[in-house]
Design a protein around this ligand. Sequence first.
Ligand code: SF4
Length: 328
Amino acid sequence: MAICEPIIEVRNLKVNFYTYAGIVKAIDGVSFKICRGETYCLVGETGCGKSVTARALTKLIRPPGRIEGGEVIYYSDEGPINLLELNEEELRKIRGAEIAYVFQDPTSALDPLYTVGYQIAETMYEHGRVSKIKEGILRAVEVLRNVLMPDPEKRVHSYPHELSGGMRQRSVIGIGLSNKPKLLIADEPTTALDATVQAQLMDLLMDLKRRENLTILLITHNLGLVAEVCDRVAVMYAGNIVEEAPVEELFRNPLHPYTKALLRAVPNPRKKSVRLESIPGTVPNLINPPPGCRFHPRCPRVMDICRSKKPPELWRGDDHRVACWLYE
Ligand code: SF4
C-alpha cells in the first residue's frame, strides 16, 4: 500500500435531520481519510448520505440538519484543525480558499444577476487574492481559459443564462479553483449534463488535478466513472460506509453484499445478452432505520446477528475494509 499523507480525516461523523415526521439519522458514524493527491470517491444510491457527508466536512449543514458528533481533521499547512470546532467566520476562510466545492447543478450554483467574471472576481476578492473586483475580472479571463472555456475574453462578461450547461459548469469549476484550493469536493459534477459534455468535463477535472496538484473528493452514483478516475472508493449505504478499498481491488474483489449487488447492476457492453440485476427492496426510511445492519432487509446473505447488531468494520489486508458479519 502506498504511504498515505492525509489531507482530511473524518472520524465517526454523525448527522441528523429534525423533521416533523421524526429524526432522520442520515449519517451514522462515518469515518474515512483522504490522502494528498488522490481522487477519493464516495459512491452509492441516491439518498445514501454521500452529499450530506460532503457538506458536513465544512459544516455546510443547515437546519433542520445538525451535526451530532465526530471530528473532521483538516491537515492545513499550519497543522491539524478540527473543522467542526471552527466558527462560521473561521470556516469562511477555509471554504473556497483551502477546500472548494463544485455542486451538481451549475444553474443554482451561479447567481443569475451577475456575470460569471464578476462571480469569479468576487470569490478572489473575498479571499484577498485581488484588491479590487476590477482586477479580479481581468484575472477571471485566465481562470476561464484554464477551464477551457471557449472565447474567455467574451464569456467573462456573460450572464449564466447566456451560457450552455457545459459552459456554466466550467464557470463553477473556475470559481471553485480560482483561489487555488488544496481539496476540491465535486458532488455529482456532471450528472446534470449530457454524456459527451460529462466526458469532457471529467477529463478537464482530471487534467486540472494534475496541473494544480489537487486532491479530489468525488461524489457519484456512477460506478463507470469511479472505475475510470478514482484511486480509492468508499461505498455508502443508508448513512454508513459499508466498504472501502483501492478502486482496482474493489472491482476485482468486492466483499460486501451491497457492493456486489451494485457491481452486478452495471451494464457490461461485452455481455450483450446478460440481464442486469436490480437490488430488491428500497433504501430504508432513516427515521426508523433497520436495527443491526441497515442493509439486512435487502441482503441475500442475512443472518440472525445482522438483524440486531451493527456489523463492525473489519480489515481485509492493509487497505480494504468492510462492515459485514460475514467476515467476522
Ligand atoms: Fe448482509 Fe449481514 Fe453482511 Fe449486513 S452484515 S451485509 S445483512 S450479511
